[in-house]
Design a protein around this ligand. Structure first.
Ligand code: CA
Length: 215
C-alpha cells in the first residue's frame, strides 16, 4: 500500500532536497510540500496524509505546535521531526506533542527513506544521536517511569529478540522478514510485549527495554 507524505520546511533548498529524495521511491504515492505550519494544516485538512516530515524552526507556528495540532486532528498520522539541532527540551517537547520519530538533518537520505517507511508501518524511531537524551528523560519523566532494573517482565526469548529489534527502530514488516515469521505472528508478539511491559506504544516499550537493560 502506497502512502502520501507532507514535507513541512521553510528553507526552500532543503525542501527541494527532501522532495527529490522521495521522488521515485516505490512506497510513496504523493508528495505534498508546505513552507509553513499554517499551510501544512490546510493541506492536511484537504488531503489524505500518512506521514509528515516536520521542520521545527518555522515562521509563525513552530513545528512542535504544528505536530500537536496534526496529531490532535488525526491520531493515525505519523510525524517525523527533522531538525538540525538536538536540543534536549526540543526533543522531549516533540515527543510529548506526539512525534513518532526524531531525526537529525545530518541523516543519510537513503536512511531517511527507510525511516519514513518504518514509521508509516508503526515503528517509533529516534536518531542514535538523540537516544541518550530520551533515555535520560526516561529516568525523570513519569510517562516513561519504570520499575527496578533487572526485571525481565516474563518475556519469552522470542519476545526479547523482537523487543531488541523494536528498540533499533525496525517495523513489524522488517521484523517479520528478519525472523522469517508472518506479519500476523509478529503483531501478536508485539501486542504481548506491550502488555507485559504495561506500555501503550512501541516508543515507550523501546525506552523501557533500554532503561531496564532487558535487551
Ligand atoms: Ca526552518
Amino acid at each position: 500500500m502506497k502512502i502520501n507524505i507532507l514535507i513541512v520546511e521553510d528553507h526552500e533548498l532543503t525542501r527541494f532536497g527532501l522532495k527529490t529524495t522521495f521522488e521515485g521511491v516505490d512506497y510513496i504515492e504523493n508528495i505534498y510540500e508546505a513552507e509553513s505550519a499554517e499551510r501544512a494544516l490546510e493541506i492536511f485538512n484537504d488531503n489524505q496524509i500518512d506521514v509528515v516530515i516536520m521542520d521545527l524552526g518555522l515562521p509563525g507556528m513552530n513545528g512542535i505546535e504544528a505536530t500537536r495540532k496534526l496529531r490532535d486532528t488525526n491520531k493515525d498520522v505519523k510525524v517525523i521531526i527533522l531538525t538540525s539541532h538536538n536540543d534536549e527540551k526540543e526533543v522531549l517537547n516533540s515527543l510529548k506533542a506526539g512525534a513518532n520519530a526524531y531525526c537529525s538533518k545530518e541523516i543519510n537520505p537513503q536512511r531517511l527513506v527507510t525511516v519514513v517507511q518504518s514509521v508509516a508501518d508503526g515503528a517509533a524511531w529516534f536518531d542514535p544521536s538523540i537516544a541518550h537524551i530520551v533515555l535520560k528523560a526516561s529516568t525523570s519523566s513519569r510517562r516513561f517511569d519504570t520499575d527496578a532494573s533487572g526485571k525481565d517482565y516474563d518475556l519469552t526469548t522470542r519476545e526479547k529478540q523482537i523487543l531488541k529489534l523494536m528498540t533499533e527502530g525496525y517495523s513489524n514488516m522488517e521484523i517479520a522478514q528478519l525472523l522469517v515469521i508472518s506479519i500476523n505472528t509478529t503483531k501478536a508478539h508485539v501486542a504481548s510485549i506491550l502488555q507485559k511491559l504495561e506500555v501503550d506504544d512501541r516508543l515507550q516499550a523501546a525506552l523501557k527495554a533500554l532503561k531496564n537493560n532487558i535487551v
